[in-house]
Structure formats: structure tokens, C-alpha cells
Design a protein around this ligand. Structure first.
Ligand code: 2M8
Ligand code: MG
Ligand code: MG
Length: 261
């Protein structure tokens, strides 16, 4: 098995960003040598810190699948594989949309770190890490929903791909967490010369592609939006929110012996 997990609202509490409640389940998977692949909208700077805290050396996926970090065989470092154009490209495209939609949104590059703190509840240091983006741009939309739909349509017609996270619209290339999951699973398969099974956990619209691509899908219940719609029913929609839901899900798969016990 390989476990692919979203962070915000899934492994991390939507408000406090704590993973505390999930720790025993993380430890269990580590003991079983089941890789945990953090698969997130967050940046390389944000995820590297978490990899250290959780003592993970597995590959990780950043900015909604735009960047895949694969561990060096020589240890320590990870090598980046980029799946789309750099942030500057998307910032330039966003400028083209400002005459029509500019008064309905703000975005990270034009916000100061304190604004990001206000919008996210991150610490100042973490907000700075969240702004070190390589492949796209988070947009804070404060216009109404129908305008949001026309904004997304226009951005799409200009070649961008928009995904919705728990708080922001993410503008980037034609990337998603599902394609990234397949890329990583294939590399593992080549490495071990045997099929691998994938389990994915997520809470939001930007997790749908990953949940659809995985062998088993878990929707971790969100305090802010209804469970996203998948192509097929998920294996589980958790009762509990965020990291409590994550702990619940891993135990569910241990109980039904999908994960060894
Ligand atoms: C953004 O990502 C979340 C993920 O769902 C969102 O869109 O709400 C990113 O900017 C990420 O880098 C940041 O850590 C997070 C903080 O809430 O927001
Ligand atoms: Mg999430
Ligand atoms: Mg996310």
C-alpha cells in the first residue's frame, strides 16, 4: 500500500492545522513501512517542514500536483519534477483577467504576509512559506458565486486550470493530485517490480481527481463544505473531522484487513 493524503482539512485540522489526533495512525503506518505521500496545495517550503516534523522521507506532492518531490537515492534531499509552467506565467495570465474581475479577488503575490495570516490563521512564518510558490497562484475570491463561475470559465479559456481548495481558488496548469498520484504509484511499481495499491484521503474539490484515481478513497468530513462528489462511492466518509477523521479511516482499513494488523 501507499497512502496519499491531503493536508489542510484532512491530516491537518481546518482551523488549527494540528495533526496531533492522527499521530498514532501515522506511527502505525510507519511501523508497517507503508509510505505516506503528502499530497497538497501547499508549497515545497511548507511541506518540507512537515516532512521533518513527522520524520517522513517519502516522496511528496506540492501545489495540487504541479510539483512532485522524489527522494534522492543518496539520502536527505528530494529532487523536483515540475508538471507545468512556473508561477510567473500564471501571474501574467491573472493580470489579463484583472480589468474584468480585478475588484472581486486578491491573490497571494499582491498580499502582504499579515493579510495571508488573517485569511488563513497560519503563523507569520508559515504564511511566508505559503507564499513561496513555484507553479501557480492562490486567489482569494470575494465576489459572488455566479461571477466566480464566469471568472473560472474565462481563466480556463486562456489556458489556466482552476482548482478549489478549502479557502482559495488555485490557478495553475493542467495539473491535479490524481495525475501526480499516478506518477508516483508508477515509480513505486517500477522500483518494486510489483503492483502497488493506493489509498487516498481528502476533503475538498481539489482532492476529487486523487480520490477518483486511487484504489480506495476516503473523504474526511469537512467543517466548511459538503463531501465532494466522486465518480464512484468512496470506501468511507468519516464521522470525525480532519485528523480525528484520518485516525478513524486508518483504523477502519486495519479493522477490515486492507492494511496489515
Ligand atoms: C492554501 O491551500 C488551501 C488548501 O486547501 C486552500 O486553498 O484553502 C495554500 O495557500 C497553502 O499554501 C496554505 O498553506 C493554505 C493555508 O490555509 O491555503
Ligand atoms: Mg484539504
Ligand atoms: Mg489541500
Amino acid at each position: 500500500w501507499i497512502v496519499f493524503t491531503d493536508l489542510d482539512g484532512t491530516l491537518l485540522d481546518h482551523h488549527s492545522y494540528s495533526y496531533e489526533a492522527a499521530l498514532p495512525a501515522i506511527k502505525y503506518l510507519q511501523e508497517q513501512q507503508i509510505p505516506i505521500v503528502l499530497t497538497t496545495s501547499k508549497t515545497q517550503a511548507e511541506v518540507s517542514q512537515l516532512q521533518q516534523e513527522l520524520q517522513l522521507s517519502s516522496p511528496f506532492i506540492v501545489e495540487n500536483g504541479a510539483g512532485i518531490y522524489w527522494p534522492c537515492t543518496t539520502g536527505g534531499e528530494h529532487v523536483a519534477h515540475s508538471m507545468c509552467s512556473p508561477r510567473e506565467h500564471w501571474l501574467a495570465l491573472l493580470e489579463q483577467l484583472k480589468p474584468e474581475f480585478g475588484q472581486h479577488f486578491s491573490h497571494f503575490a499582491e498580499l502582504n504576509p499579515k493579510d495571508v495570516v488573517e485569511l488563513t490563521g497560519l503563523s507569520l512564518a508559515d504564511a511566508e512559506k505559503a507564499n513561496q510558490r513555484a507553479y501557480g497562484e492562490p486567489i482569494h475570491w470575494y465576489g459572488d458565486q455566479s461571477l466566480k463561475r464566469s471568472f473560472i470559465e474565462k481563466a480556463t479559456s486562456l489556458g489556466a486550470h482552476i482548482l478549489e481548495g478549502g479557502r482559495f481558488l488555485h490557478m495553475s496548469g493542467n495539473v491535479d493530485k490524481g495525475q501526480a498520484l499516478q506518477w508516483v504509484a508508477k515509480r513505486y511499481q517500477q522500483h518494486y517490480s510489483k503492483p502497488v495499491q493506493t489509498l487516498a484521503l481528502g476533503d475538498s474539490q481539489n482532492d476529487i481527481a486523487m480520490l477518483n484515481a486511487a484504489d480506495k478513497a476516503v473523504i474526511v468530513r469537512s467543517p466548511v463544505h459538503p463531501p465532494p462528489e466522486l465518480q464512484r462511492p468512496p470506501s468511507l466518509i468519516t464521522q470525525y473531522l480532519g485528523p480525528e477523521g484520518w485516525f478513524e479511516a486508518i483504523n477502519y482499513f486495519i479493522a477490515d484487513s486492507s492494511i496489515p494488523n
